[in-house]
Design a protein around this ligand. Structure first.
Ligand code: PMP
Length: 382
């Protein structure tokens, strides 16, 4: 089985599985004052340190969540509560290619009457900085721009946007979910006030992540209740998953350089091999500012979903940019926003590499993919 869908989720690292297993034995409620509680709390604090170290930030800034969707929602909720619709600083600026946990939140906020602008991107998926500059102003409360795109891998100039946002007095958020463990992510260097991440994208457990919040940045909880996380996020600690995320963070930090080089090498092998073997293909995204393990390719005259299913029959797992999971064969909104032709947006495939992939995997894909595209193209022209 060849798993090339690591941007959707990753397999847990064996050390993470072991840590989760062991910490399931730490049954005490981490908020309890007795020994069982204190043991769980200690394990959680060690994870907080490991995660903080990975992103070069104070551990006190970390708020554990159920993942990046919750983290993203929490940020937008802070500003939903903070913005007085009648006040001067009442606008939010984001982009057209954010993850659905932001795109859908923006739709909801607009329905409520909030003023949200989505900055367009160029044909490689990079934010159009001239437009961004015009959108920024002293009426903007929050700017939210993802670091690496989940579909095409494009990396945004987040540090530069954060600097501009701060000059106008706005706060800055970045969704770094896809970048963690793949490229160096320093909250300090990015200069952002909020950062979202999710453990299952870097070989940690699913259903756990964090919102990292600078001490000076405004905050309002999304989940009200107990006093966990200093009142920032209520709910009994998910001890085992948090411990698993901490172990995953330590491994990600330790192996970053190696992983980064390996992912890029595999990605380039596949990209070059596809261009050599298959005619009329378009590589999407930005080839200079790109997550190392992401390769998104459009195959004109071949439907993305068909390619996916044929590859699946050969034991190769990939993803399409389109929302086929929801049953609606919509073309990829990320590609459409990048100005890619609607037919190309329908025929795109995302290959996303991870630490368990090998050069043999790439060779196997390069053997199986060309006849599949050939067959589908023959069928479409018939
Ligand atoms: N942001 C980005 C960029 C993502 O890729 C994902 C996961 N696909 C999320 C947010 C949401 O993460 P989760 O599903 O773990 O909440």
């Amino acid at each position: 089985i060849i798993y090339l869908d690591n941007n959707a989720t990753t397999a847990m690292h064996e050390d993470v599985i072991e840590a989760v297993h062991q910490s399931n034995m730490l049954y005490g409620n981490a908020s309890s004052m007795h020994m069982a509680g204190r043991q769980a709390a200690l394990a959680i604090e060690q994870s907080r340190q490991a995660l903080a170290s990975l992103i070069d930030e104070e551990s006190s800034s970390i708020v554990f969540t159920s993942g990046a969707s919750e983290a993203n929602n929490t940020v937008f909720n802070i500003f939903k509560e903070r913005i007085d619709l009648g006040s001067k600083r009442n606008r939010i600026v984001t982009t057209t290619i954010e993850h659905p946990s932001i795109i859908e939140t923006v739709k909801y906020l607009r329905q409520l009457g909030y003023n949200v602008d989505e900055c367009p991107v160029d044909s490689t998926g990079r934010v159009k900085m001239d437009v961004m500059n015009k959108l920024l102003g002293d009426d903007v409360a929050l700017v939210s721009v993802m670091l690496g795109n989940n579909e095409i891998g494009t990396i945004q100039p987040v540090a530069e946007i954060a600097r501009l946002a701060h000059q106008t007095g706005a706060f800055m958020h970045t969704d770094a979910t896809q970048a963690i463990g793949k490229i160096p992510v320093s909250m300090r260097e990015l200069g952002v006030d909020y950062l979202s991440l999710s453990a299952h994208k870097f070989y940690g457990p699913k259903g756990v992540g964090a919102l990292v919040v600078k001490a000076k940045a405004p905050y309002a909880p999304l989940v009200h209740g107990g006093h966990q996380e200093g009142g920032k996020r209520a709910g009994t600690y998910n001890t085992a998953s948090i411990v698993g995320m901490g172990v995953a963070a330590s491994i990600a930090q330790r192996d970053l350089d190696m992983e980064r080089k390996k992912l890029w090498k595999l990605r380039e092998m596949l990209r070059v091999g596809i261009l050599e073997r298959i005619s009329n293909v378009v590589v999407n995204g930005n080839q200079e500012h790109c997550l190392p393990g992401t390769l998104d390719v459009s195959f004109p005259h071949a439907e993305g979903e068909s390619i996916l299913l044929y590859l699946d029959m050969e034991g190769i797992m990939v993803s399409t940019g389109s929302a086929c999971a929801s049953g609606s064969l919509e073309p990829s909104y990320v590609l459409l926003a990048s100005g890619v032709d609607i037919e190309l947006a329908h025929g795109s495939i995302r290959f996303s590499f991870g630490r368990y992939n090998t050069e043999q995997d790439v060779a196997y894909v390069l053997e199986k993919l060309p006849p599949i595209i050939k067959r589908l193209r023959e069928m479409s022209t018939r």
